[in-house]
Write a protein that binds this ligand. Structure first.
Ligand SMILES: [Zn+2]
Length: 311
């Protein structure tokens, strides 16, 4: 220790400058003008996925759903977001009423140009796609379907707390996306539908919904409603993925999916959905963290960060 500390101040200065030089060279190599795009930490994001799953089954009405709301609110506050809650009641076609809450974290509130990033945090109360019929009334863990999108947004929130971009960013965590029974489209996307009814003049420059993006075998294609409504935004995101070398994004057409972007599009917002709908464990008891990977979260997270920092 003593010997190392006795080295000349010149060599210490060179050593101190090295990480900076490396960063400048890396920024030049990636070819995007802003060298200060924060680095997405895939391990940190994966921890956010696991922490949600560890809470338990997080469907509306369960104590774990409430516990998750506290966890998400706490995390966003910890990461410097201006947090607000949008509570509402939703009456289902079954006649049941759900008490739901959208959780919103704003960054750079003064900026008029705003990017909205959204994901649903609720998990499905029934594994109606499980191969074993005796499991089909049991709740799912929702590692990919629920936790993955939120995990990416929490990691982005953590980074936004450290360095603010020039645009405003609104992170919206929707409730009640996945309560519907198959064949009753109206009981899905309850949180985003409520949000879209209460815009009160809010019109982000772009809204990007992410859902089921944790699959370790991730393949994101160009979803139908997104292609029809917001082709420029969708193309930009796929361009960034290509430039960053993320092969998980494939420029292929996929069918239209009813997801949280649809109420936003219907309300006139420039919105897209990044989703991998080809997931063997969808709505089964097997939707667990071992089917997901940090690399998949990173691909999506880094594309979003680069999009934000390009504005
Ligand atoms: Zn689902």
């Amino acid at each position: 220790m003593q010997q190392r500390n006795s080295s000349s101040s010149t060599s210490r200065r060179i050593a101190a400058a090295l990480p900076l030089l490396t960063a400048v060279i890396l920024a030049a190599l990636t070819g995007c003008g802003s060298g200060d795009v924060p680095e997405f930490d895939s391990a940190s994001a994966f921890t956010f996925l696991e922490q949600q799953v560890d809470i338990g089954f997080r469907y509306p009405g369960s104590p774990e759903h409430k516990q998750l709301q506290k966890y998400l609110t706490g995390r966003l506050q910890e990461f410097g977001a201006n947090v607000s809650l949008q509570p509402f009641e939703a009456v289902l076609t079954t006649g049941d009423t759900l008490n739901l809450i959208n959780i919103i974290g704003n960054y750079n509130r003064k900026a008029s140009k705003r990017i909205m990033l959204a994901a649903h945090y609720d998990t499905r109360p029934f594994a109606d796609r499980d191969p074993d019929p005796t499991n089909r009334d049991k709740p799912i863990a929702g590692a990919n379907d629920g936790a993955s999108g939120v995990a990416v947004l929490l990691e982005i929130a953590r980074l936004l707390g450290e360095s603010e971009p020039s645009v405003g960013v609104d992170i919206v965590l929707f409730d009640g996306e996945d309560y519907g029974r198959e064949g009753t489209a109206i009981d899905y996307c309850l949180g985003s539908a409520h949000f879209a009814r209460r815009l009160r003049g809010y019109k982000p420059y772009a809204a990007i919904v992410i859902d089921m993006i944790g699959d370790s075998d991730l393949e994101i294609m160009m979803e139908g409603y997104s292609r029809a409504a917001s082709p420029v935004l969708l193309g930009e995101l796929f361009d960034i993925a290509e430039q960053l070398g993320y092969g998980q994004f494939r420029r292929k057409k996929m069918e239209a999916i009813i997801d949280d972007h649809l109420p936003l599009i219907q309300a006139g917002i420039n919105a897209v959905d990044l989703i991998d709908f080809d997931y063997d464990y969808w709505h089964t008891l097997e939707d667990t963290p071992d089917k997901c990977s940090p690399e998949s979260l990173e691909a999506v997270g880094n594309v979003l960060l680069h999009y934000i920092w390009r504005q």
